[in-house]
Design a protein around this ligand. Structure first.
Ligand code: GLN
Length: 194
């Protein structure tokens, strides 16, 4: 089974290391042809506007949009979640997203760089998992088909931080920045099931 890691900008190395630790073959996705024959794809955290720009200039944007429409399994973390969302609040005026996941996210919804934090999250089926939040998007609304797998209360209400809508997963935090590979394992096991 080959799992792609969108390798245009961001936490590419860290996601690759997490997958490798699970014994999964990884493919760095930089060009349209790298999307072929993937069991799934991870879209890493980083800077959503930079990744969006590189998606366009690399030619990956259109074929990836088609692959998502055709049901490609994808896990978007942080900036990757922003890129998958139906609606981006506080985005740059020209910010676009794939609208593959029925959520509205607010960029930097948990505060800016200095407000980055670590916490422990309770994930459905996994139990306690470390959650690293860095300028994380806040999932402010979500559709009825979106399964909420973990939430966090930052003092202003309870919001989802790990969600799944069929083959499309969104994660507001950074599982690739800890030694705990269970979020990756959860995603990878869904690929085997499909
Ligand atoms: N706030 C960043 C963005 O808008 C995402 C932060 C991250 O991926 N760590 O792209």
């Amino acid at each position: 089974m080959r799992v792609g890691v969108l390798a245009l900008q961001g936490d590419v190395r860290e996601h690759t290391a997490s997958l490798t630790a699970l014994g999964v073959e990884t493919v760095p996705v930089r060009r349209p042809e790298h999307l072929e024959n993937l069991a799934g794809l991870i879209m890493p955290g980083g800077e959503s506007t930079a990744i969006a720009h590189l998606l366009t200039t690399s030619g990956v944007r259109e074929p990836l949009a088609r692959a998502l429409e055709a049901g490609l399994s994808v896990l978007g973390t942080c900036a990757g979640l922003i890129l998958l969302s139906r609606e981006v609040l506080d985005g740059r005026s020209d910010q676009w997203s794939f609208a593959a996941l029925d959520v509205a996210v607010r960029r930097n919804g948990y505060g800016r760089q200095l407000a980055s934090f670590e916490t422990t999250l309770e994930v459905v089926g996994l139990g306690a998992v470390p959650g690293v939040f860095i300028r994380a998007p806040k999932i402010e609304s979500w559709g009825s088909d979106v399964e909420v797998l973990a939430t966090h209360d930052h003092g202003d209400g309870v919001f989802p931080v790990l969600v799944r809508e069929g083959a499309v997963w969104g994660c507001a935090f950074h599982p690739e920045l800890t030694a705990d590979t269970r979020i990756h394992e959860l995603f990878v096991s869904s690929l085997v099931d499909r």
